[in-house]
Design a protein around this ligand. Sequence first.
Ligand code: HEC
Ligand code: HEC
Ligand code: HEC
Ligand code: HEC
Ligand code: HEC
Ligand code: HEC
Ligand code: HEC
Length: 464
Amino acid sequence: MVTKKMKVYYRFFLFIAITGIFFYGIKTTISGPYLQSIHGSPTSGVQRNNLTQFSKGNCVHCHEMHASIGGSEPTPVKPGPSLFTLLADEENACYYCHGSTSNNNPPLSKNIQAQFQNTYRHPVERSGLHKKPAYLETATDLQPPYRHSECTDCHNPHVLLQTTHTYNSTSPASNNLVSGVLMGVFGVEPQGWLYWGSPTTFYELRPSPSNPTGGASKEYQICLKCHSYYGFGSSLNTSTGVTTITGPSGIYLTDQAREFSPQNYSFHPVVQPLNTTPRGGSTPYALTAGQLNSPWSVNPGSQTMYCSDCHGAYAWDATGTQIKGPHGTSNPFILIEGRYWPSKPSNCGGGYWTLSDIRNNQCSWQINLLCAKCHPLYSGTGWKNKVHNIHVGKSATCNGTSYTSVPCITCHIAIPHGSKNSRLIGNSSDPSPYNICSAITRFTKAFGPFNYSKYSCSTLSGCH
Ligand code: HEC
Ligand code: HEC
Ligand code: HEC
Ligand code: HEC
Ligand code: HEC
Ligand code: HEC
Ligand code: HEC
């Protein structure tokens, strides 16, 4: 029975809880443009089903003191998100609305929880290692033995807007800037990029109570806080770029600050467009328009791209309820849905992709090969470079198996982020996992894709 006295107590407690959160919040939280954020919006913000007496966007839909409002007393921590336990609730606080059962009113359409049930995923289920608000974390909070990845390491729930990235054709060099969902997140930028070397000093780009939308301005800066020396610490061998941390796909993780350095002879343009930095290796830096699919074919040499154009269920071209972001997919390395590299999907007999898979139209390469999403490789008019054309009929041995046509990774580096050679060509002297079966001992880029000769390259068997 609810007595009058209980109601008075309840109202008093509610008042204290809300003013407490409010004033504490004003003093310390990154809640600056909260009312403009998607969660704080009075028209489309947070609203728990069982708390419709509070307006949309109200903090109490996520924060409440000791489950005093919508939770069941007297449990002080669970169920229900509560201010000082949100850190402990981790991904479950977000799944409350973004999960398989949405407790939001109206219900949300994108099920993020389902993505994290894939084998290849960010390990949000690892618990008890994210001990501070993400914007206050330092290198030691991210390095082993605390290595973790929670939703709030990549998203700031007080600041984020609803927008995700698309291809920006008006300003193609800006195709690596953080989208709305990544605003106000702590990231790092190396203090100087190296030629195939691991930077060990970083600028820390943090949002702060006085600058809540501060933080990473580029998506890769968020990734690098965990995928470079900053987040690897002594698990990274800074002379090889390889760590002793095994990722969900079963290989040792490597240093992305080394691989995407604009000082390398080649790289996917995540940090800078290909033509921006004069560097080693001969010109031209950019590919020709014919070596790229739309929309990438419009601005060769002057565009950047996102890590999440290759990692995550869907990329820049997602439509409808397709979800972007490197949460988790059913493909190794969290590659975009249905796309594989360097191995073929198991339903095509396994093994590595070879040039004849393309030439002979095998294994639905146009929809299954990662590279084919952005590079046409072969069409009615033939190959897009002479080297592919010449080698399609040559045999090779890779990782103990003989192939009647040359596997891609005989020439290309297995991790296609960047290389010390031009055109993502690997080296037979590279360590694993960069090298699986590289035959290349020297490579010189030609003036154009059809200008190659046997003098462009040397191999282990000296066949050139
Ligand atoms: C009380 C419900 C609720 C909780 C808890 C919640 N959200 Fe949301 N979230 C929403 C609503 C409502 C929207 C905007 C409407 C929509 O998505 O349809 C939204 C939007 C978003 C968006 C923008 C993209 C999109 O799909 O609209 C992101 C990103 C996001 N939330 C992340 C998070 C993260 C990370 C957490 C946990 C820290 C979290 N949310 C917790 C209700 C919630
Ligand atoms: C979508 C859910 C959500 C909403 C809405 C929300 N918060 Fe938070 N809040 C969180 C999460 C999750 C954390 C833990 C942050 C982390 O792990 O980095 C947090 C942390 C905090 C903290 C401690 C860290 C800090 O920033 O100092 C304060 C204070 C806070 N929130 C206040 C508020 C206030 C005030 C509001 C309303 C203006 C609000 N929050 C609205 C989810 C939310
Ligand atoms: C807060 C830390 C953190 C951040 C930020 C982060 N990651 Fe990760 N990432 C991890 C952890 C932890 C793993 C699992 C492997 C491990 O234990 O280190 C992982 C795994 C991965 C894998 C899977 C590797 C495999 O073996 O399949 C990919 C791909 C990946 N991350 C890409 C990204 C991208 C892209 C970004 C930026 C959008 C990013 N990560 C940001 C911590 C992080
Ligand atoms: C052009 C597509 C592409 C882009 C862009 C890309 N990746 Fe990858 N990434 C791959 C592929 C393919 C693999 C699998 C490599 C292998 O088989 O060893 C991979 C592997 C990884 C792995 C796991 C293995 C390792 O070496 O650590 C991580 C982590 C990762 N990428 C993070 C990132 C981050 C962070 C970014 C942006 C800074 C990024 N990737 C951008 C294609 C891409
Ligand atoms: C999401 C789109 C995308 C995917 C997937 C992709 N690439 Fe690229 N690739 C690009 C873009 C964009 C460039 C830069 C072209 C330019 O601006 O000139 C590029 C450039 C390259 C270059 C030239 C780099 C240099 O510095 O010389 C090579 C080689 C290359 N890609 C190979 C690959 C291979 C191999 C794969 C598959 C493992 C792949 N790409 C997958 C978009 C992609
Ligand atoms: C490793 C970093 C990382 C982690 C961890 C992470 N996200 Fe994301 N998330 C991203 C990126 C990157 C995007 C896509 C950004 C873009 O396309 O501009 C994204 C996109 C989203 C979107 C919008 C999807 C769309 O297509 O509209 C939602 C919602 C979201 N994340 C929620 C979550 C929730 C909830 C969690 C935890 C359960 C989580 N994320 C964990 C990096 C992450
Ligand atoms: C015999 C060595 C060799 C093999 C095998 C090889 N490549 Fe290449 N690839 C090259 C060279 C050299 C270039 C640079 C062409 C240029 O300078 O424009 C290149 C360029 C590319 C490009 C840039 C776009 C284009 O079409 O030129 C992509 C994408 C690519 N390769 C993917 C692949 C894939 C996928 C495979 C396997 C199916 C593969 N390569 C096998 C040597 C090779």
